[in-house]
Design a protein around this ligand. Structure first.
Ligand code: LRH
Ligand code: MN
Length: 382
């Protein structure tokens, strides 16, 4: 179990270190990065203290630089790597009626060219994941042809798929609603799955835990995609209502445990299983680096509890139709306090057993607040 926990990899998102908010307000915080390099430094701090967050996902153009190989070297100099590359085709006026699904072929061309540019960014940063999310959709019945938009989406994805270098794969993220409110062109796992099956083995589904209808059994979707070999990864966060992008495990730690239970049951935790465990969050009111540390610990704790499930006793109870017995096996694991074990693991690995305490004792927050004066803090740049 400890060996499996040591090999766990949780990727943090560059954009969660920047200012973020809602349509009502984006609250500026002191010490927020002003450059992609400062975001990488913050991500490196999270890895230094947790030991399991060795990569940072980038979002283009939010993290656009002139020299991507230099940025990748900056990351390795800080002990982490560049992870998934996220194109952005949702923040320009041209994309009002969509990007790759837009009725206008010129706009579709522009959007597809940006996706291809991000494949190149991946090559130059050593990334192996192109992580695709589209805000594309419609707001009113009749606004556009649902079928024609699917044809346009398939055409763009196929062109990009054809340009993926060896070793790079594309993850296709879905979302039920927002910013489109009648149709999203990729609204659910089934639509993403259908496109990924059509594309080929290098295309897999990305499950963002905030992108489902309330009450959706996400672990069922996870088990199904694992069975089909089409689970590419996660954007972990949590929510009480919509795409709230709160700290993973904060709103529903039991759901996170149930998801990790399916991962462990399918033997898909190890890096070789190629499931990308990535966070996608917005720390609108809380300090960002400690919130990220807390989030990584929440995933670690859910994973440790899932690894505690006694699979033999569970299988026996399931085979015997022992409903309460089987459920009790899972609840025993879930109700086990794994924090002492994780603290012990960190101590054995030369880490502070209490990463959050270690962060506060490090003075890093005071340091970045003192240093990062002037310039403009990074955010969603909307
Ligand atoms: C869309 C989304 C997507 C990102 C964005 C930052 O809601 O989940 O993954 O590109 O958030
Ligand atoms: Mn996401």
């Amino acid at each position: 179990m400890k060996a499996q926990l040591r090999r766990h990899r949780i990727e943090t998102p560059s954009w969660a270190y920047g200012n973020s908010g809602t349509r009502f307000k984006v609250y500026a915080q002191a010490g927020v990065p002003r450059t992609p390099q400062e975001k990488i430094a913050d991500a490196a701090k999270v890895h230094e203290l947790t030991g399991v967050a060795p990569s940072i996902a980038l979002h283009i153009p939010w993290d656009k630089v002139d020299d991507y190989p230099a940025l990748a070297r900056f990351a390795t100099d800080h002990g982490i790597a560049i992870g998934a590359i996220n194109p952005n085709v949702f923040q320009e006026d041209d994309y009002r009626l969509g990007s790759v699904c837009n009725p206008d072929p010129k706009i579709r061309r522009k959007a597809t060219d940006h996706l291809l540019e991000c494949v190149e960014v991946g090559v130059r940063t050593g990334s192996t994941i192109l992580s695709l999310w589209f805000a594309d959709g419609t707001n009113y019945p009749g606004q556009d042809s649902i079928r024609a938009r699917q044809d346009r989406l398939a055409e763009a994805l196929s062109e990009v798929y054809g340009q993926l270098p060896d070793g790079m794969r594309m993850l296709v993220e879905y979302k039920l609603f927002e910013p489109s409110f009648y149709t999203m062109d990729l609204p659910d796992w089934g639509t993403s799955f259908a496109h990924c099956v059509n594309l080929g083995p290098k295309a897999q589904v990305l499950v963002d835990t905030g992108h489902h209808a309330p009450g959706t059994n996400i672990e069922f979707i996870v088990a199904l995609l694992l069975r089909a070999g089409k689970l590419g990864g996660f954007h972990f966060n949590s929510r009480f209502y919509a795409d709230d992008d709160l700290m993973v495990g904060a709103a529903d730690p039991f759901q996170l445990f149930r998801i990790m239970h399916e991962i462990v049951a399918a033997d898909a935790l190890a890096p070789e299983a190629d499931v990308a465990f990535m966070l996608d969050q917005c720390h609108n009111i809380e300090p960002k680096v400690p919130a990220m540390i807390r989030s990584v610990l929440n995933v670690q704790e859910a994973t440790a509890k899932a690894l505690l499930v006694d699979r033999e006793v569970l299988a026996k109870a399931q085979a015997e139709g022992d409903v309460l017995g089987a459920n009790a096996v899972l609840m025993d694991a879930y109700n086990t306090d794994v924090r002492p074990l994780l603290a012990e693991l960190r101590t054995e690995d030369g880490l502070d057993p209490d990463p959050i305490g270690a962060y506060h004792r490090s003075g890093y927050q005071q340091k970045i607040e003192a240093e990062r004066v002037g310039g403009s803090a990074m955010g969603w740049g909307a």
